[in-house]
Design a protein around this ligand. Structure first.
Ligand code: ZN
Length: 177
């Protein structure tokens, strides 16, 4: 019998664009685009992250599979009141290749809206640490009838024993490490 884990492995691929260590410039961008007290800094860092997504999709959009019919983001799992619009939505909707397909598809309790049924979903998240939230989100999309889910993560946090990689000329699909 297939377990949920098997189904997720089969139907959900997770593609990190870069990996980073605590203290790297990318870690700083990934934190400040949400948390910096200055709106100007938040905007600037969001633009930097959108540029990373755009450049990656230009080179490796085809590696991801697709064509995707819906683009969505992982809900915020931070403590405290959620912002009206999650900053990650602001990043994704700055990316020309993603904006027209973006729809909010997951509620804050990680249940999916009915509209995902039948869609090939590109699920975007900013930071991958343990993958718990991403897996919850992917499972909810599949349970609600999404045909497939490919998860695209801007940065994967790795331990200091693992080298950080950030080279947009390759990706983990067309040139696995
Ligand atoms: Zn590639």
């Amino acid at each position: 019998m297939l377990t949920l884990e098997d189904v997720l492995t089969e139907l959900c691929r997770v593609v990190p664009i870069a990996s980073f260590h605590t203290g790297d410039p990318l870690a700083d961008d990934l934190r400040r685009y949400k948390d910096d007290p200055s709106p100007a800094v938040r905007r600037e860092r969001a633009a930097a992250l959108a540029a990373i997504l755009s450049r990656f999709l230009e080179r490796h959009g085809g590696c991801l599979g697709g064509p995707f019919t819906l683009v969505t983001t992982v809900p915020s799992a931070r403590d405290g009141p959620a912002p009206l619009v999650h900053p990650l939505v602001g990043v994704v909707t700055r990316v020309a290749a993603l904006a027209p397909l973006y729809r909010p598809a997951l509620r804050d309790d990680f249940t999916a809206w009915e509209l995902v049924r039948g869609h090939s979903v590109l699920l975007v998240d900013d930071t991958f640490v343990t993958g718990v939230h991403l897996r919850r989100a992917a499972a909810a999309l599949l349970a609600a009838g999404a045909r497939e889910v490919v998860a695209l993560v801007i940065g994967r946090k790795v331990s200091y024993e693992t080298p950080a990689t950030f080279a947009l000329d390759r990706c983990c699909l067309c040139n696995p490490a």
